[in-house]
Design a protein around this ligand. Sequence first.
Ligand code: IPD
Ligand code: CA
Ligand code: CA
Length: 258
Amino acid sequence: MIKSTLLQAIDAGANELKKYFNGTFTISNKGTLNDLVTEADHASEKAIFSVIQNNHPDHFILSEETGEMPTASTTKWIIDPIDGTINFANGIPICCVSIGVEQDGKMILGAVYNPFMNEMFIAEKGKGATLNGQKIQVSNKSDILSSCLVTGFPYQYLDTENGPLQIFEKLIRKAIPVRRLGSAALDLCWTAAGRFDGFYEHKLQAWDSAAGFLIVEEAGGKVTDLKGNPYSPYQPGIIATNGKIHASLQGVINGGSL
Ligand code: IPD
Ligand code: CA
Ligand code: CA
């Protein structure tokens, strides 16, 4: 029942993305320059809420543009109505709807859908991860020096030791390809599908990673915080890899050399 609601909800959100993509829509700033929200983000969120609330009116919802809608329920829907909003606003078809379902503090279901590439990633705790119904698995590469990585950068420059630019520079100086798609949820899914060997980012929110984190784990990958502790979507840093390059990438992110 929860899974069918999840699929209906993600479809409802994605229909709004398709409706607005490359059309005209209002865009506003959320505080810092270039941290945008579009009319489509709100429309997607509204469509998703309507499906969830019709089917499970008692469930807790946490969604990027509305925040928390708490209830007494221990089932929580964690929603990013558009992940990759800057891409969306520029007509770049690398964006998605991301919805994770947490029960009693554990992620049990996650779905990420990019309607422009027609790619639907789904994971169910203990049952594996799929892309358009086909099982997916992380890559097999064990040498970080021949890996293909992906990362993202926060909206506000993070001026810290071992910050995003220092790590990026260290990897690039070794000629390791580090892509930047602009959608953390897709970065995670593409790692789950073996297109990337690893993903890291310094500052994410729960809605960016809740679904993708389960998708990587269920595809056989490893997900931790920047220090290597078990991952929680409620803290900012993430390393998600095929498992084999995890220790090397974690070392680099914590000041080690390559
Ligand atoms: C952003 C994207 C981006 C990541 C940012 C996120 P949004 O989410 O996931 O890849 O680098 O940190 O905020 O704003 O497009 O939903
Ligand atoms: Ca996001
Ligand atoms: Ca978003």
